[in-house]
Write a protein that binds this ligand. Structure first.
Ligand code: SF4
Ligand code: SF4
Length: 333
């Protein structure tokens, strides 16, 4: 992991992308059974549909050589009727590929868990923003994030306990850092530690939807200041030690990102990552999902990645991405 991060950092610092993308995130569906208050997909005008399975196969064939597949767009991947066939198809094309996806946990019933456990999925990321469920003393969630209902908590506990001794797939919590939610997050650290969750990734509350569409009245999301974020991170990291749970903060990636920041190189994404939208278009990331740099129905990924449009984007990235602080150490208010 340290080696991978160092390579990413050097690529980012010297603006030298990998030969082909290492990581491809595929928007297999934008349908979701949740309506989280902080989700920007509606104001981003994301079409709420599934990717056609035939198109998915064509896309995956063109992504030969990519090592890491993330089968998640702006929705709940388990809603796609062909989800497990997609997983099998990716691993049949390239058995060494790493496959992961992110879920809100609501559909992890017994049957789905069984399929996950017998598949080549290496990591399940669970979007969960706190732990307020307590059968004796239910608390009201103090956050704008993904709900943690009794059913979801039971699904996660079951998935974690049904894994074999290799603890595969890895289970990672992805939790947004929000105001007034330290207690919920501390409870979540305890729950994660006690149930053998492998890691907790804290992420900054996403307000990019508001930036993409300033006229939107989207819920006036507020997030902790940088100093508050740091404090929350420190406390949760310390709490994690008590339960043997590694806690990371995606936006506080330590020295490497600070150094890159001095050179205005603030996003690691565009050195080795592509996003494939529902139409099979290649774009730089999920936020820029409309910024087509090419189509996998016409070209293969190497041509697109090294093509004129992608190069132009990289050259103008600071301007194009202005306002996005998704991966920055600093953030805007
Ligand atoms: S679960 Fe994820 S995709 Fe669905 S509404 Fe919530 S944030 Fe959006
Ligand atoms: S929009 Fe944000 S996440 Fe996407 S490439 Fe630009 S800086 Fe990176």
């Amino acid at each position: 992991m340290i080696k991978d991060r160092t390579i990413k950092f050097l690529r980012c610092l010297f603006n030298t992308p990998s030969k082909i993308p290492v990581e491809a995130q595929i928007e297999i569906t934008n349908k979701c059974n949740f309506t989280c208050p902080m989700c920007p997909r509606e104001i981003m005008d994301v079409p709420l549909t599934n990717m056609d399975f035939g198109l998915f196969k064509e896309v995956v064939r063109k992504l030969s050589g990519v090592k890491d597949f993330i089968l998640t767009g702006w929705g709940e991947p388990l809603l796609h009727p062909n989800f497990f066939e997609m997983v099998d198809f990716v691993s049949s094309i390239n058995p060494d590929t790493r496959i992961r996806f992110t879920t809100n946990g609501s559909l992890l019933n017994k049957d789905v868990r069984k399929k996950i456990l017998s598949s080549k999925i290496e990591q399940v990321s669970l979007s969960i923003d706190g732990y307020s469920y307590d059968s004796h003393n239910p608390l009201s969630p103090q956050h704008n994030g993904h709900t943690e209902s009794k059913g979801i908590i039971e699904n996660i506990t079951a998935l974690a306990s049904e894994r074999n001794s290799n603890r595969r797939p890895a289970i990672v919590f992805q939790s947004t850092v929000q105001n007034n939610n330290l207690k919920g997050l501390k409870n979540l650290v305890e729950f994660a530690g006690k149930n053998g969750i492998d890691r907790m990734n804290l992420v900054r509350l996403d307000v990019r939807g508001q930036i993409l569409n300033p006229k939107s009245k989207i819920r006036n999301l507020k997030r902790p200041s940088i100093d508050e974020e740091r404090q929350i991170y420190r406390e949760l990291k310390n709490a994690g030690r008590d339960f043997n749970l590694p806690v990371f903060f995606i936006n506080q990636q330590g020295l490497l990102l600070q150094m890159a920041g001095h050179f205005d190189r603030l996003c690691f994404r565009t050195v080795d990552h592509v996003y494939i939208n529902i139409k099979g278009d290649v774009t730089p990331c999920c936020i820029l999902r409309k910024m087509k740099t090419g189509s996998l129905l016409k070209d293969d990924v190497e041509q697109i990645w090294n093509g004129k449009i992608f190069k132009k984007f990289r050259a103008n990235q600071l301007k194009v991405c202005k306002g996005c602080d998704a991966l920055k150490r600093r953030h805007h208010h």
